[in-house]
Ligand binder design. Structure first.
Ligand SMILES: C[S@@+](CC[C@H](N)C(=O)[O-])C[C@H]1O[C@@H](n2cnc3c(N)ncnc32)[C@H](O)[C@@H]1O
Length: 212
């Protein structure tokens, strides 16, 4: 839980306000992208667990007018210019995949229902119990990986958040099986006491996930 007093002294919070980002977490994605070059101009990007929209703002800045950003969350995301927002529960994997693919084919019409990059900063509501929060974040990250596997084109890129704990290695290995390159990373903007870590996948090995 972040206290208001902490926010007032947090330099990323202040920078986010000054630079027009909706969340300080925008700087986490900027740091991840600077290091791993996950997104480029013209890309089709899906942001899972996107509210209030800081990551989607950063993604849209990078992909530019020729690119596409689709943001998905349980909550309604306030409109971001040039970004398509969808309300969906990621753990309802089939429904989420279907909604995103329909949006790609019917509204965006780039001639494909596959995407270049799947991002996820999705997080369950924190209970304060580290083990419980870890398990819930592990389950969410597994759903993110399943949805990403149905959406990514070959050689596509991936990043997902997970809270560290006993299942962390299992998730890391699952990402490893699907990507040519895998790395765990904690950007400087992650708070020191946070258990969060981002698992990066580059070079998606192929669409192995089928849905009806
Ligand atoms: C830390 S916030 C994301 C912040 C975002 N990256 C930004 O920069 O604004 C985590 C988000 O995950 C979303 N979330 C959690 N569980 C979800 C689920 N099952 N389906 C969709 N979104 C979910 C929450 O609603 C919340 O908005």
């Amino acid at each position: 839980m972040v206290k208001r007093a902490d926010l007032n002294t947090d330099r990323y919070y202040k920078r986010a306000k000054a630079e027009g980002y909706r969340a300080r977490s925008a700087f986490k994605l900027l740091q991840i992208v600077n290091k791993f070059e996950l997104i480029k101009e013209g890309d089709i990007v899906v942001d899972l667990g996107a509210a209030p929209g800081g990551w989607s703002q950063v993604a849209k800045e990078i992909v530019g007018a020729k690119g596409v950003v689709i943001s998905v969350d349980l909550q309604q995301i306030e409109q971001i210019e040039g970004v398509e927002s969808l309300k969906s529960d990621i753990t309802n994997e089939m429904e989420t995949i279907k909604t995103i693919k329909e949006t790609l084919l019917m509204k965006i019409s780039k001639g494909t229902d596959l995407v270049d990059v799947v991002l996820s900063d999705a997080s369950p509501k924190l209970s304060g119990n580290r083990d419980y929060d870890h398990f819930r974040s592990f389950e969410l990250a597994q759903s993110v990986l399943n949805v990403a596997s149905a959406l990514l084109r070959n050689n596509g890129c991936f990043v997902a958040k997970i809270f560290q704990g006993v299942c962390y290695k299992e998730f890391y290995k699952d990402v490893q099986k699907k990507f040519g390159y895998t790395k765990a990373y904690s950007p400087a903007a992650t708070r020191k006491r946070s258990a969060e870590v981002y698992v990066i996948g580059k070079g998606f090995l192929g669409n192995q996930y089928y849905y009806g």
